[in-house]
Design a protein around this ligand. Structure first.
Ligand code: CUA
Length: 404
């Protein structure tokens, strides 16, 4: 048996008309309050770096308005109830029991259901819109690996930025672009330019990672054994932090861009997104110099090894310390002075053999105090974590010169 509660009986003094005024004032207060809270959106979120971020933020603002209004309603009712229905002095009795109120239950079921349906439709539209791939001319392969990101650029004449004339490019670069294979190189940073939709094709060499650029409002998981992708169109030149958003092991926190000052110069470490002003700037400041490096590797294996490691083609720097490369990873053994120590690490192995084994089969010998965390780099091109013998030899030659 239900008990009818007549709120008016319990209200503090005041007539019927006064309470209607209060209800209208309360409803307006909640609506305007929700809109005011929603207006905080730009101060709560990072800059809008991409075209997609405008749609994502509009959706966020919409949800914040609704959430803010519900927050004010709940808090308002709570404060009103605490004031209006507080116990009278000396009254220790329980309040009357309440058994159901069909109208109220319908209201608090139907209104949230409508809100959820509206949000579903709206979010789905935003999702479809930001995942739409335009006819692309710029895609980059992203490889996630504990604990670094590598960006593989593969450029052919067809994928050159629209509007670039052959005369703007160095002859050798152009010749390689026109060759069958095109030109490929790796870099630890993602470079693109304003107004160009970029498609990232992602794969992981080991566990799951998540590629996140907060300023671009994009986040996409990298799943073992599967290629995933995401697109975005930067609308603002600048340098933006890339972060791993999936706990992937001891160095998870290192899979993010950091920067340090070295001799007054800002040195970008790890993963950053660099958005150039336009395609000409991209070509001049990023593409050409990298293409030159890829086309004319130094003859000297030591220099080649140094350059290869600096290019981020292999993610050693996130786990190891090495002053010459400004590496400060603290997960694996320190590589400073490795050139002096390598020869005496394992009995019967020369320095070259020791370094070779440490990369091809890192689990075979572990430096005391370190676990078996290092990626094994294989010598077959189809295998995961492929490192050609030539690259390995250049890296070993370089590491042997590290004697302080
Ligand atoms: Cu990769 Cu966390």
């Amino acid at each position: 048996m239900g008990v009818n509660i007549n709120l008016n009986n319990r209200q503090p003094s005041g007539g019927q008309s006064l309470s209607i005024v209060w209800i209208i004032a309360g409803v307006l207060g909640i609506i305007f309050g929700g809109l005011l809270i929603g207006a905080l959106t730009p101060t709560l979120l990072p800059v809008q770096g991409s075209a997609e971020s405008q749609q994502v933020d509009a959706l966020f603002r919409f949800m914040l308005v609704i959430g803010g209004a519900i927050f004010l309603l709940v808090i308002g009712v709570l404060i009103y109830a605490a004031a209006a229905f507080r116990a009278k002095p000396g009254d220790r009795a329980d309040g009357p029991p309440i058994h159901g109120n069909t109208t109220l239950e319908l209201v608090w079921t139907i209104i949230p259901a409508i809100i959820v349906v509206i949000l579903t439709i709206y979010s789905y539209q935003v999702w479809i819109s930001i995942r739409t791939i335009q006819p692309l001319n710029h895609d980059v392969e992203v490889v996630g690996q504990r604990f670094a990101w590598t960006f593989n650029y593969d450029i052919t004449p067809e994928t050159l930025p629209a509007g670039v004339s052959a005369a703007q490019l160095d002859e050798t670069v152009l010749a390689t672009l026109n060759s069958e294979e095109g030109l490929q190189f790796s870099h630890p940073q993602l470079h693109t330019w304003v107004g160009e939709q970029i498609e990232l094709k992602m794969r992981t060499e080991d566990v799951n990672h998540a590629f996140w650029i907060p300023d671009m409002r994009i986040k996409q998981d990298l799943l073992s054994g599967r290629e995933t992708s995401i697109t975005f169109t930067p609308i603002r030149a600048g340098i933006y932090r890339i972060v791993c958003a999936e706990l992937c092991g001891a160095g998870h926190g290192n899979m993010a861009g950091t920067s340090v000052l070295i001799d007054g110069e800002v040195d970008l470490r790890g993963a950053w997104l660099v958005v150039h002003e336009d395609e000409q700037t991209y070509l001049r400041e990023f593409y050409e110099p990298e293409a030159q490096k890829a086309l004319f590797p130094p003859e000297d294996p030591v220099e080649r090894g140094r350059q290869m490691l600096a290019s981020g083609a292999y993610p050693c720097g996130t786990c190891h310390v090495l002053a010459d490369q400004n590496w400060n990873g603290n997960i694996g053994p320190n590589l400073n002075n490795i050139g002096t120590r390598a020869a005496s690490r394992v009995g019967g192995q020369t320095a070259e053999q020791y370094l070779h084994n440490s990369i091809r089969n890192p689990g075979a010998y572990l430096v005391p105090g370190f676990g078996n965390l290092m990626t094994q780099f294989n010598d077959e091109s189809g295998e995961p974590n492929y490192m050609p013998e030539e690259d390995l030899n250049a890296i070993i030659a370089y590491l042997l010169t590290q004697t302080q």
